[in-house]
Design a protein around this ligand. Structure first.
Ligand code: URP
Ligand code: ZN
Ligand code: ZN
Length: 479
């Protein structure tokens, strides 16, 4: 009887704290041994010449997410799982919606059932768009008991945004129940004013999306989110940081010892506002919020990553196609920018872009790559060490990585249900050769093979990182 189900032999195994050439033994879906040479296995995978990395953990994915207007993000948990595996990602954290006037519990069961149909291991953030007393006092504790440990708030977007009083309510609830708060930081009223002015002036094309939300609206909301989180002593993660100005707010908070983390996304080191100025309606394909900036900003984002201010790179995957009734052009190809869905697909492209732009171009090391794409997201979301690391006892979520492989990104390679990728034509060096989820090969040489329904829900329990610093009693701060 072989000792292991699978042996991965001869690859360069990388973690966030170093890399070494060794074998990995997998038993019952978990990593059972890491050694220079391990014993017999039922299946041997030769990894000579490849990097052996923890499967990607993408903690910001909009998958099959119902929207307030009745649409649902087009990637189902099945198609998103295929896309994730194609790109070397094995687990994701997605969003249970809430709509104004509605509760959250009623959504939880529906969303959990959707997730159970996919192949990706998954956890949930709970969006709070209407923090009524009933939601905060009665429903939040119930979703926490179901394993939800992060509450997501939007400081902009109609009809999701919260005002400061509502945001504080959510921060306090999170503090009480041991949750992280993740925040979309842009100033709602400022964007509203800019948008109205632009539309009145006839400036309606997709490129004006960027004009409606310049860096200052992101910086202001980031500052405010941090200040209010400090007020109630509640840890937060600032989502999708697009510019140095916002990252500096985070750096200042971190320097003062606050529990504030910063996430960025591949779009903020590859796309620019000029992409939204492509002829026709093509610019809509690049519309996301915050808006992509420029190449000088890309360099500044890399610097903020190198400094550790931004310590997670997620995809912010959004399932809006270009064509179709739910797509970017759903309101016509002459739609004003305000009426174009925000968000772009990126689950499969995330690891290749971060590796290529980061490691292959010498901006970060291999360990940094592992930290940004797997270990840090798992830690910050309370999934570590089950996810995000190669060590005995962890789930055997592994990606074999061909660091030399040159690929031109096409939509077909993304294997999602979306009819375009904003990264079409981007040349990358470094590509996943094989993805293993809990000891099962789910992608080999681009071919995804996994049983729908095999993805596991990852309930999260209390975890230290999200504990308040404890320097103030709940809701009160000494002047
Ligand atoms: O443009 C974006 N990012 N849309 C998705 C929702 C969000 O803001 O995260
Ligand atoms: Zn957002
Ligand atoms: Zn998002």
């Amino acid at each position: 009887m072989p000792e292991y189900d699978i042996a991965i032999r001869g690859g360069l195994v990388a973690t966030s704290f170093g890399a070494a050439r060794c074998d990995i033994g997998i038993k019952d879906g978990r990593i059972a041994a890491i050694a220079e040479r391990i014993g017999d296995a039922a299946q041997v995978i030769e990894a000579d010449g490849l990097f052996v990395l923890p499967g990607g953990v993408d903690t910001h994915c909009h998958i099959e997410q119902p929207e307030a207007n009745g649409t649902v993000h087009e990637d189902s948990f099945v198609t998103a799982s295929a896309s994730a595996f194609a790109g070397g990602t094995t687990s994701a954290v997605c969003f249970i919606p809430q709509f104004k006037g509605g509760g959250i519990l009623e959504r939880f069961a529906d969303y959990k059932a959707r997730g159970a149909k996919g192949m990706l291991d998954h956890a949930f953030h709970q969006i709070i768009a209407d923090p009524t007393d009933a939601v905060i006092n009665e429903e939040v504790p119930k979703v926490v008991a179901e394993g939800v440990r992060s509450l997501k708030v939007f400081l902009t977007y109609e009809p999701l945004h919260l005002n400061d009083a509502e945001f504080i309510k959510v921060l306090l609830a999170a503090r009480r129940h041991g949750c992280l708060v993740t925040v979309h930081c842009e100033n709602y009223d400022a964007i509203g004013w800019r948008t109205r002015a632009l539309l009145e002036a006839g400036m309606t094309a997709p490129k004006y999306h960027a004009w409606s939300r310049p860096r200052v609206v992101e910086r202001e909301a980031t500052h405010r989110a941090i200040a209010l989180a400090e007020l109630v002593d509640q840890p937060i993660q600032v989502f999708h940081v697009s510019c140095e100005e916002a990252a500096e707010e985070i750096a200042r908070a971190q320097a003062r010892g606050l529990k504030v983390w910063g996430e960025t996304c591949p779009q903020y080191v590859t796309l620019t506002a000029a992409h939204m100025d492509r002829p026709g309606f093509e610019g809509a394909k690049f519309m996301c919020s915050p808006a992509p900036r420029d190449t000088a900003e890309h360099a500044r984002i890399w610097e903020m990553i190198r400094r550790g201010t931004l310590d997670v790179v997620s995809s912010d995957h959004c399932g809006f196609s270009y064509e179709g009734t739910q797509g970017k052009a759903q309101n016509g190809r002459d739609a004003v920018f305000r009426d174009i869905p925000n968000g772009i697909p990126g689950l499969a492209a995330r690891l290749p872009i971060v590796f290529s732009e980061g490691v292959s171009k010498g901006r970060i090391g291999l360990e940094d790559f592992v930290k940004l794409t797997a270990t840090n997201p798992a830690r910050i979301m309370g999934l570590y060490p089950r996810k995000g690391v190669i060590q005995p006892g962890s789930d055997a979520d592994i990606v074999l990585w061909d660091a030399a492989k040159k690929v031109t990104i096409t939509n077909a390679l993304m294997q999602h249900a979306i009819d375009y990728t904003p990264y079409e034509g981007l040349e990358v060096t470094g590509w996943p050769a094989m993805t293993i989820r809990r000891g099962e090969v789910v992608m080999r040489d681009g071919k995804v093979q996994a049983e729908p329904g095999s993805g596991r829900y990852l309930p999260r329990g209390p975890y230290d990182l999200v504990k308040p610093r404890g320097i103030t009693p709940d809701g009160f701060v000494a002047p």
